[in-house]
Design a protein around this ligand. Sequence first.
Ligand code: AMP
Length: 399
Amino acid sequence: MKTINDFNFKNKKALIRVDFNVPLNEHFEITDATRILSAKPTIIKILEDGGSCILMSHLGRPKGVQDAFSMKHIEEKVEDILGVDVKLASDCVGSEAKSMAQNLQPGEILLLENLRFHDEEKLGDENFAKALSELGDIYVNDAFGTAHRAHASTTVIAKFFEENKCFGSLLAKEIESVKRVMEFGESPITAVLGGAKVSSKITIIDNILDKIDHLIIGGGMTFTFIKARGGQIGNSLVENDKIALANEIIEKAKLKNVEVYLPVDAIIADDFSNDAHTNTCEIDKIPDGWMGLDVGPNTEALFADVISKSKTILWNGPLGVFELPNFAKGTIALGHAIASATQNGAFSLVGGGDSVAAVKQFGFENKVSYVSTGGGAMLESLEGKTLPGIAAILNQTGN
Ligand code: AMP
């Protein structure tokens, strides 16, 4: 696996696919610059080598050229974070981009205008990818957030670089973190899967059952499993058409010697609201008119015990409706358990969607081993899929 550390960028122009798809408010101010910060190590290494950087990204979902999605809104923030002046090309291809790239000197940074101003980007158009490729000497992919897309700048472009392509340090870290769980995770390996629905997690469960020792299930999908066992779930979230599937998962886990842990109690509410009346009850005795919105205290203790004995932990999906403070306790308790296992030497990876939001919201970001930056890309990695953006660099270098 070639990374930026395998290249000396002196006098080279690095064409870097970054993920600068940051959220903007109505005043076009960046509300979360994590993605820019995450790309910094790659950019700085290249500049310190004596190279220059041509940064390309998409921003939002523009329909053609739309000022609201221009990279001009983020240029200043990129300068602030990198501490280097940034030149902005008014298009990502064409004569201006070409001459600005040609004239770029070592130590300088050029930011290209939004790739998705061209439909060809998402279509994976070869000619467009080729035009982009002509701007730089070495292609670096550091955009994990779009690595599951076979777009021109994330995948197709790689073929025009033969040997001169590699992973940026962020993307390399993402790949290594997944491998540390899925390929050479130290046992006992525990996966915690929460979130709303079994249907959105089934491919992950299928893929990880071969690799893990313990499976902890929480969140809304708990109730499909409890109903499958004949439990009373009141008005809790359930996927009736997935009950047979839930039973199959339990059987499969048994065959593969995976210990499955389901919640034993729940915080129940009489309405899907933070102001609802609440109570605690056994997980399979939820009265009609009530719904389980969080795990209860016995479950917190049970899960914490499993986590404390684990050497490798994967966490995807909250244990309850953590967006409502009254139902966030189980998710917070899990965060504490994972943080303390990590402090005791376990490797912990948090990835894919809402668990990342929860980890950040409750301050566990620096207490786990790695928090993935890519929602969809991480989910597809956990499903065992080879991401096209990663394959494009691996296959064509023969690594
Ligand atoms: P996912 O995107 O599948 O990981 O689902 C995350 C969502 O699941 C969050 O918005 C949570 O509020 C929701 N969730 C977690 N536990 C429950 C529950 N017991 N009932 C309903 N929704 C839940």
